[in-house]
Design a protein around this ligand. Structure first.
Ligand code: PMP
Length: 388
């Protein structure tokens, strides 16, 4: 028996062997020529993955929450107005975070499983005076995906900076940052980017940098201050070493490898693969008669799926049974539905066979819990999509 169980949670995910090899290689100096080259290349590759040729990439040691903080700390000044569009826990996190930086925050909060309509956003933005609006592309607590294709237009129309939390979407869901005129798209290493946890990644548009340079007051956070990191990012991209805080040398080397793999797959192919795997997995869940958290199929993310467990099923025992059948999946996260839901990640280095194995393991868990469904119906439905 293989010593590992499939890790199918919404991050950290399964990582490619070459990425893990880069992580396990002997650590070099942060000024060693090979590292300077890897860092510079990783920054260039980010522009291609984000599809943002004129963007300024930032790579800073920390988790996705630091990426959120980099956006909030640098773009908000005390008294600025911010609009937070929330479809779950991570939207709510932005409310708290921006408040800490002194913003006057208005929240448009969708009921669990629902989206916030573009018309509702526009109604709020039209009132004017919003320095920035944040949208969580895929909220990992609900599995709901927001449409961000028109968000940038809306931001330009009303003079508002647009910030997309892409922690659970970048390199999995389609994003064309420059074409869609998004000012910030941020993420973390451990999800569809395919690198173990520890890097906050962010791409800023020229407009976002202009707003930063026009600040009246210094940034309240020392570590997150772009004026410390900008010269470092520019230097590495010009293949010269620089220092503010010691870079996470091995993680950055692993990032370079993973971004190279992502680009070798090609962005359109990668987005199509994620869409197909999601469709297959979600067809499997429908076929075993589970209700998904997103209220309508178009709201379902391509990177993860959140499902309600059948009534009366205890989540911890169910997760254990699914694990014993071969796949580690995650419990609920959103406080309102935490005890009734489970979540499955299907992003990054996931193949059709992994999806089939996971649907099969979930079927085993459901059967043990006494849920009624046709054995194999989920696997068959997923396979039909994969072979379509
Ligand atoms: N935003 C979203 C959408 C996320 O899924 C997460 C992590 N699950 C975060 C932000 C925060 O990232 P981290 O846990 O790496 O701080």
């Amino acid at each position: 028996m293989k010593g590992r169980t499939l890790l199918m949670i919404p991050g950290p995910i399964e990582f490619e062997p070459e990425v893990l090899q880069a992580l396990g290689a002997p650590t070099t100096s942060h000024v060693a020529p090979a590292f300077v080259d890897a860092f510079g290349r990783a920054l260039e590759r980010m522009r291609d993955v984000w599809q943002c040729p004129s963007g300024q990439p930032f790579v800073v040691a920390g988790s996705g929450t630091l990426a959120m903080e980099l956006a909030g700390a640098n773009l908000v000044e005390p008294g600025d107005r911010a609009l937070v569009v929330s479809t779950g826990v991570f939207g709510d996190r932005f409310e708290d975070l921006l408040g800490r930086h002194g913003a006057a925050v208005t929240v448009l909060r969708a009921p669990v499983g629902e989206i916030v309509a573009a018309s509702a956003m526009e109604e709020e933005l039209v009132r004017g005076g919003y320095k920035l609006v944040t949208v969580t592309h895929v909220d990992t607590s609900t599995g709901v995906r927001m449409d961000v294709t028109k968000l940038g237009e809306l931001g330009r129309k009303y003079g508002t900076l647009t910030v997309v939390d892409g922690v659970c979407s970048v390199a999995g869901e389609e994003i064309r940052q420059e074409e869609w005129k998004l000012d910030i798209v941020l993420t973390a290493s451990q999800k569809a980017i395919g690198v173990p946890p520890g890097l906050a990644l962010l791409m800023a548009s020229p407009r976002a940098l202009e707003a930063f340079h026009a600040r009246r007051r210094p940034v309240g956070s020392y570590y997150a201050d772009w004026s410390k990191w900008l010269p470092v990012m520019k230097a590495y991209e010009n293949r010269t070493p620089s220092y503010f805080g010691t870079p996470a040398v091995n993680l950055v080397a692993a990032l370079d490898v993973s971004l190279g793999q992502i680009l070798a797959e090609g962005m359109p192919a990668r987005f199509a693969r994620h869409a197909l795997l999601a469709k297959a997995f979600q067809a499997g869940m429908d076929a075993v008669r589970l209700t998904q958290v997103p209220a309508k199929p178009p709201y379902r993310a391509h990177t993860l799926t959140a499902c309600y467990a059948p009534e009366g099923i205890g989540i911890p025992a169910f997760l254990e049974d699914v694990k014993n059948a071969g796949a580690i999946v995650a419990g609920g996260l959103h406080p309102a539905i935490k005890d009734r839901t489970f979540r499955v990640g299907h992003m990054g280095a996931v193949r059709g066979a992994d999806v089939l194995a996971t649907v099969g393991a979930i079927e085993a868990g459901l059967r043990r819990a006494g849920h009624r469904f046709d054995a194999g119906a989920g696997v068959a439905a997923a396979q039909r999509v994969l072979l379509s």
